[in-house]
Design a binder for this molecule. Structure first.
Ligand code: PLP
Length: 460
């Protein structure tokens, strides 16, 4: 499809610009101190280049903005709902759609509808909100991702794959009737945006069918996953991303979705399933938690923008440019010999904070330190993905101690140009040169849930 030696460029041009604000080092030292060394608590105004997240930070197209004017804001039966339903059926193939305000709204509904206390939910590494809702509904989450996913040096092309042996061992240990579904993420955000292969999800589906276990896709980044399959898996190089996506989701019984990622919008999500009874249950619950089943907490215009975003997202040249921006950034960091996770994933670069700051103990939050230091150095905002994000065990109250201690630099879709990546790579390299000066942090305020969002720290 895309020949490696031919230069590529973003398949869009800029029509509206938003000025960026530069700040001084003194300003930034003050700002990060006031933010308790947590980049989530910085004011966006004080940030120069914002790589905090690619969630809801996408640039919408002129077609999407025009679609916003076509919002049918009726309380019930909005035409934008039917448009979105048709787009989801066309590109993911699921029969029934329940819109939600964003991904975690969908996770809440699905977890409550499917999980009984005492159940087990296997998954390929966890995602923060996904695991939270599974555990809150009474399940024990079991990580069944392949070991390579935890190895920052492994170059496995499908590091998101499920280890079928681990999955089967769990079935044998607890019994299939204790496993309502397996949660398959594509791509795996927490492993560095790493994809699963078609071969793997096909095998997962087969094994699950044999035991009567449902397969639920976290489809948030499945378009990116489909692109990696096209690029890396035998037999897919001449298929379109849209065709691959449809095949991929076809090996699942339903999906939760955060439209704020792949679907190029600022807000929105859904849960979609094939089973009518499950749909009935979800449709019933959405009224309590989000809104009527034909808007699910969204305005009509939001559903319209998401339907158009889906059509744009699956175009080969769009998704190719998205991932190639991330690759470009990775190549710059590779040249600078900075430690980060390889192969480069679909949405972000993950700096390896354990290697960056080997002298800082994991209990002193090396990734939290690195994200704070990068902000002070450059005004670039990133986020921690390590011991703070992993939180505490819901039963024992002990810190989860993840093998990976990472800082995520996440690339919003269609927002930045190559020159921005040159600047960020320069500052990361500068920071790496003086890495020995870095000092650890201590946590001085810890919220009860999803602590990484609001925790506060002080310098040791
Ligand atoms: C963002 C994300 C979610 C949660 O979606 P929200 O829209 O932020 O609630 C779930 N899974 C994955 C893989 C995500 O990246």
């Amino acid at each position: 499809m895309f020949k490696k030696h031919i230069p590529w460029a973003e398949p869009y041009k800029i029509k509206v610009v938003e000025p960026l604000k530069m700040t001084s080092r003194e300003d930034r030292l003050k700002a990060i101190h006031e933010a308790g060394y947590n980049t989530f608590l910085l004011r966006s105004e004080d940030v120069y280049i914002d790589f905090l997240t690619d969630s809801g930070t996408n640039a919408m197209s002129d077609a999407q903005w025009a679609g916003m004017m076509m919002g049918d804001e009726a309380y019930a039966g909005s035409k934008n709902f039917y448009r979105l339903e048709a787009a989801v059926q066309k590109y993911y193939g699921y029969k029934h759609l329940v819109p939600t305000h964003q991904g975690r709204g969908a996770e809440n509904l699905l977890s409550q509808a499917m999980i009984k206390p005492g159940d087990y939910v296997p998954g390929n590494m966890y995602f923060t909100t996904t695991r939270f809702h599974q555990e809150k509904a009474g399940a024990t989450f079991i990580d069944v991702i392949i070991d390579e996913a935890h190895d920052t040096a492994s170059l496995h092309p499908f590091k998101g794959n499920i280890d079928l042996q681990k999955y089967e061992d769990l079935i044998n240990r607890v019994g299939a009737d204790k496993i309502p579904y397996i949660c398959v993420a594509a791509t795996v955000n927490m492993a560095g945006g790493q994809p699963i292969s078609m071969e793997n999800i096909r095998a997962v589906k087969e094994l699950s069918d044999k035991h009567g276990i449902k397969v639920m896709l976290d489809a948030t980044r499945a378009v990116e996953n489909a692109y990696f399959i096209q690029q890396r898996e035998d037999g897919y190089s001449d298929k379109s991303v849209a065709a691959i996506l449809l095949e991929l989701s076809g090996y699942s019984d339903g999906a939760t979705m955060s439209g704020k990622k792949d679907l190029l919008v600022n807000i929105g999500g859904f849960v979609a399933v094939n089973d009518w009874d499950l749909f009935e249950e979800l449709r019933n619950m959405v009224v309590v938690y989000e809104g009527l089943h034909t808007y699910g907490g969204l305005a009509g215009r939001d559903m319209e923008a998401m339907a158009i975003g889906l059509e744009e997202a699956v175009q080969d040249q769009n998704i190719s440019a998205r991932v190639r921006q991330v690759e470009y950034f990775g190549k710059l960091l590779e040249k600078a010999e900075v430690p980060f996770i390889k192969p480069v994933g679909g949405h972000a670069i993950f700096l390896d904070a354990k290697q960056f700051y080997p002298h800082i103990d994991q209990e002193q939050f090396p990734a939290q330190v690195l994200a704070a230091d990068l902000y002070v150095e450059s005004g670039v905002r990133a986020m921690e993905r390590g011991i703070v994000s992993a939180g505490r065990d819901i039963v024992t109250g002990k810190n989860h101690k993840p093998k990976l201690e990472l800082v995520r630099l996440t690339i919003p879709r269609r927002v930045y140009t190559q020159a921005h990546f040159d600047v960020v790579a320069y500052y990361v390299e500068e920071l790496y040169k003086k890495r020995h000066e870095a000092k650890g942090l201590k946590m001085v305020y810890e919220p009860k849930y999803l602590r990484f969002f609001q925790a506060r720290f002080e310098r040791l």
